[in-house]
Design a protein around this ligand. Structure first.
Ligand SMILES: [Fe+2]
Length: 295
């Protein structure tokens, strides 16, 4: 009797076949998703384009190229960043803003990196600000650099001024002058806006470079028109069932794209590289922001 019962409990050959097919299908599906996340989407570099109506009436448009979160590393090679530079220069920008996270943790090939970024500054005025991965007290505890000075040195060698809580007057030929303000990173305790927002009626438009979009709340009542941020990588891994974005910011409303908020404009680019260089439903991008007349 016992022997007969055991025979009855065994799955039928057809059920075994179905289960095996299901497991094989799941494994194939996981392999396909991983291939997409690691080898297809991270290389699918696009151009995000937006218009921001903040210039005085009749002013000529100003084209800002924003590159952010380059994250050079074993996973994001210099060749890929070189290709992003090529694509950026093809957009014919008037000015270029680099908004932080040039590295992920450590980097040694500073001269090669500098030569690639110098291609930007050779033909177009280019400015930079730093991100949390570029070094500081937080990254020191996570295997990164304890100071952003290596990144700053690399940028200066590329003739790219780094605005570390500084403002710069920008006067491009044939364009209305404006102010560019660059900030240190929030998480590295380098975000220090005090004294930077004094009124300057001669420069009615202010554009900010601040890596972490959460910094908007700290300067919400100051006078500025547009903040260029990165940091979120656009969410990087966007799950198909539409859950809250996975992004290292407190305010999950502003993870990517252009937003009008509290009488200011915010642009958060999805960035060029990323950590581990994994992306899902979130292609990397360079961003072209055209400032236009408000009327
Ligand atoms: Fe980043």
């Amino acid at each position: 009797m016992e022997k007969d019962n055991n025979i009855e409990k065994r799955p039928s050959p057809s059920k075994l076949f179905t289960r095996r097919r299901m497991l094989t299908g799941m494994a194939a599906c996981a392999a396909a998703v991983y291939t997409d996340m690691r080898f297809i989407e991270p290389n699918w570099l696009g151009v995000g384009k937006h218009q921001v109506p903040i210039l005085p009436n009749g002013a000529e448009p100003i084209r800002i190229l924003q590159l952010s979160d380059l994250h050079v590393s074993h996973e994001v090679p210099l060749d890929f960043i070189d290709a992003a530079v090529d694509l950026g220069l093809k957009q014919n920008p008037d000015i270029i803003c680099l908004t932080g996270d040039f590295i992920t943790k450590q980097w040694n090939e500073w001269n090669a990196y500098s030569r690639i970024l110098a291609r930007l500054s050779k033909s177009i005025p280019t400015y930079a600000s730093t991100g949390n991965h570029d070094g500081g007290p937080m990254m020191r505890t996570r295997g990164g650099l304890g100071t952003p000075n290596y990144v700053i040195g690399m940028l200066e060698k590329a003739d790219i001024p780094v605005l570390m809580n500084q403002r710069q007057e920008i006067a491009l030929p044939g364009k209305v002058p404006f102010e560019l303000l660059g900030f240190g990173d929030l998480w590295e305790d380098d975000f220090q806006p005090r004294g930077l927002f004094e009124k300057n009626h001669a420069r009615p438009v202010r554009v900010l470079m601040s890596h972490n979009p959460d910094t908007k709340d700290l300067i919400a009542n100051s006078e500025w028109e547009l903040m260029l941020s990165g940091h979120t990588h656009g969410g990087q891994l966007i799950l198909p069932w539409g859950s809250s974005p996975i992004a290292p910011v407190a305010d999950k409303r502003f993870v990517r794209g252009l937003h009008h908020w509290n009488n200011h404009w915010l642009h958060i680019t999805k960035g060029v590289g990323s950590i581990w260089n994994l992306r899902l439903n979130c292609h990397p991008e360079i961003s072209l922001i055209e400032l236009t007349s408000a009327a």
